[in-house]
Design a protein around this ligand. Structure first.
Ligand SMILES: [Zn+2]
Length: 508
């Protein structure tokens, strides 16, 4: 039998509809913590060994003829501009038209892309691909655990797999599972049976880590051998800072018997609904977080890690709010390494001045976040430049390990006022800190710090929790709102509840 010909492509974006910075084509061309936009055969060279779904798919598909088309991903951010979306889709579709006869298509997508004009970006991508390949060619998709899935999207795909870890250490594994499920579909005469369910409450990102209960247990359930007639089940916990109809968690099952899929989906849904009270938000006010960290580090051997989830660039926030930094300075915190703050201007000034220079800079606060107050205004401060970096290094943590960072100018600044001992990394590229190499690039060994501060909501846990005495979630303002009942949603579906035990949303 001839080898199956499978076209492979990827288009990843996690869109925060509250974020002030829109996502343009150049963001996809750059990539950032993702690889740069890649087309054709170069995809096989670039992705094969990376912890990215398409990399896992490629490595598991040696017995197929793969037709690599295009892969594009950008840092999470605001709405994807229509021109960028249309251009990337155009290149993807042109590649499929030129691919010749295909037995299947694999798409490495995110699940939470919102485009100017399309609330459900992935649905539109798959619709355009379906238009080219027709209904008889199976489409397999892998998604991020933060996907906001619609029934229309689910209907268009033959099979879907979703990450089962947050932090996402199983991205490549999810691509491998997509290959496995696509193989089962190719070997099955008819389309596989499938079931789709949506949870009736939103899950704040700060409660979603699969390193903690109840998500740890609920995701472990998915690894169990499914019941007869069911081949695979997955859950997306959703991405709450997206003001769209199908925001929220959903689950899906594939199998060979419809009744078995429906029953298993209902059983999973029931266990997620039952676990609702266990999703407890861990956030404390920034000032309280600083005081807690200081009192713990008085006796602790290991660092305390404070995260600033509401300004997590990995969820599309700017990564430049100053609320937590201000709380550290005002609290006279000692032994603090804060990494990092998005501030190209400060990084450039530090590079121009050189190591050892004393400078007056105005840090962050360029993009007022919803609900932001004076505490988030740009912060004028006296600093000493302690180290400089060009932002080119290799990540080593469990999530990004092996990938190249291209973060532009970076600088380590020591705050030189107010009897505090606070060091801040500023960088030219907006980036979530989920990897200790961001500190090491500037000569700081994280395990020797007393207090580490990162702008991240969950991904930092994979690399930082193992070295931490304690992790504290600080509540400071930013455009990744995590207190869901306070968000001014306008476009959710009625009946959805805003967080575990939260109020019921009614659409105007
Ligand atoms: Zn995610």
């Amino acid at each position: 039998m001839a080898r199956a010909r499978i076209a492979i492509a990827g288009f990843q974006h996690e869109t925060n509809t509250f974020a002030p910075v829109r996502t343009t084509l150049d963001k996809f061309e750059l990539g950032g913590t993702w690889p740069a936009l890649t087309q054709g055969a170069a995809i096989l060279d670039t992705f094969t060994d990376l912890n990215i779904p398409i990399g896992g798919f490629i490595s598991a598909a040696a017995d197929w003829s793969l037709v690599p088309v295009l892969w594009a991903g950008a840092e999470p951010g605001g709405y994807v501009c229509r021109a960028a979306f249309d251009e990337i889709c155009h290149r993807l579709c042109r590649g499929l038209l030129q691919a010749g006869e295909l037995d299947g298509v694999y798409l490495d997508l995110h699940g939470a892309m919102v485009v100017d004009g399309f609330e459900d970006g992935e649905c539109e991508v798959v619709r355009r691909v379906r238009e080219i390949v027709g209904n008889d060619v199976p489409i397999a998709v892998s998604l991020d655990l933060h996907g906001n899935l619609s029934p229309e999207f689910f209907a268009l795909c033959n099979v879907v797999t979703i990450y089962r870890t947050y932090p996402h250490i199983d991205m490549a594994d999810t691509g491998r599972r997509a290959r496995h499920l696509l193989k089962l579909q190719l070997d099955h005469a008819a389309p596989l049976c499938k079931s789709f369910r949506q949870l009736d409450y939103l899950l704040p990102i700060t409660t979603q880590s699969t390193r903690r209960e109840p998500a740890r247990r609920l995701y472990a359930d998915l690894e169990q051998t499914p019941v007869a007639g069911v081949l695979s089940a997955d859950v997306a916990m959703g991405f709450p800072p997206a003001d769209i109809e199908h925001c929220g968690a959903s689950l899906l099952c594939y199998g060979t018997e419809q009744a078995a899929c429906d029953q298993y989906a209902d059983q999973l849904l029931a266990s997620w609904q039952k676990s609702e009270p266990e999703f407890i938000d861990p956030m404390v006010e920034a000032e309280v977080a600083v005081q807690q960290a200081m009192s713990i580090t008085a006796t602790a051997a290991k660092p305390v890690v404070i995260c600033d989830p509401q300004d997590n660039p990995g969820a599309g926030a700017t990564g430049d709010t100053t609320g937590l930094l201000r709380a550290l300075i005002n609290g006279r915190a000692q032994g603090v390494w804060f990494g990092m703050l998005w501030d190209e201007e400060a990084a450039t000034l530090a590079h121009d001045a050189g190591v050892g220079s004393q400078l007056q800079v105005v840090l962050g606060g360029r993009y007022p976040a919803p609900g932001s107050a004076d505490c988030d205004a740009p912060l004028p401060v006296s600093v000493v430049v302690e180290a400089l970096g060009d932002g080119n290094f290799t990540f080593t943590g469990p999530m990004y390990g092996g990938a190249r960072a291209r973060l532009g100018k970076m600088a380590l600044l020591r705050i030189d006022q107010d009897d505090c001992d606070v060091h801040v990394i500023v960088g030219a590229v907006r980036t979530q800190n989920a990897d200790q190499e961001i500190f090491r690039h500037l000569g700081v060994e994280p395990s020797t710090c007393r207090i580490i501060v990162v702008k991240s909501a969950g991904h930092f846990l994979a690399d930082y929790e193992p070295i931490a005495e304690k992790v504290i979630f600080a509540e400071a303002t930013g455009s990744n709102p995590c207190v869901l009942k306070n968000i001014a949603y306008r476009n959710l579906r009625s009946g959805l509840r805003l967080g575990p035990g939260g109020p019921v949303y009614t659409r105007a």
